[in-house]
Design a protein around this ligand. Structure first.
Ligand code: OFO
Length: 170
């Protein structure tokens, strides 16, 4: 069982995870317009990953006897600038998501809600990985700058991203 307050906070996060998915799909489409299929593919996989974050939280709310409230999803931007700017925006966004997860954890601690603390621990670890992955891409992007050959090489590397693991079906 979760409190009304926790239910509302988790529902809010479901909405933010949906926005993350939506934003990465918009970035994927934008990367295609730049002629960078590897970047587009990486963003598409990130979209899949975010959908998994949504589903996991959606299931948890229901497993705890709570009610899911699906709210309107904010419209993402269309233009994300240069390849470097796209990933700078991605890092900024993931740092923001980390702060949201931390706020949720604060609430779970305050409410002595041990089950939700355990559940959220997965997201805490996931955010470390997400930020690290983006930083690993930002480093070579900063190095190559505007060099087309360098960007093509990064594009090929990004095309090799593994698909996210599927959640077991309920
Ligand atoms: Fe990108 O971690 Fe969820 O939102």
């Amino acid at each position: 069982m979760i409190s009304e307050k926790m239910q509302e906070a988790l529902n809010e996060q479901v909405n933010r995870e949906f926005f993350s998915a939506y934003m990465y799909l918009a970035m994927s489409s934008y990367c295609n317009t730049l002629g960078l299929p590897g970047f587009a593919y990486w963003m598409r996989m990130q979209y899949e990953e975010e959908n998994m974050h949504v589903t996991k939280m959606y299931d948890y709310i229901q497993d705890q006897g709570g009610e899911v409230h699906l709210k309107a999803i904010e419209e993402p931007e269309r233009n994300y600038g240069t390849p470097l700017e796209i990933f700078e925006e991605t890092l900024k966004h993931e740092q923001y998501v980390t702060s949201l997860i931390n706020n949720l954890m604060d609430l779970a601690v305050e409410e002595r809600d041990y089950a939700t603390q355990t559940f959220l621990q997965w997201y805490v670890t996931e955010q470390v990985e997400e930020e690290a992955n983006v930083n690993d891409i930002l480093a070579p992007l900063r190095m190559v700058g505007d060099d087309k050959g360098g960007l093509m090489m990064i594009d090929q590397q990004l095309a090799g991203r593994a698909a996210p693991m599927a959640l077991p079906t309920k």
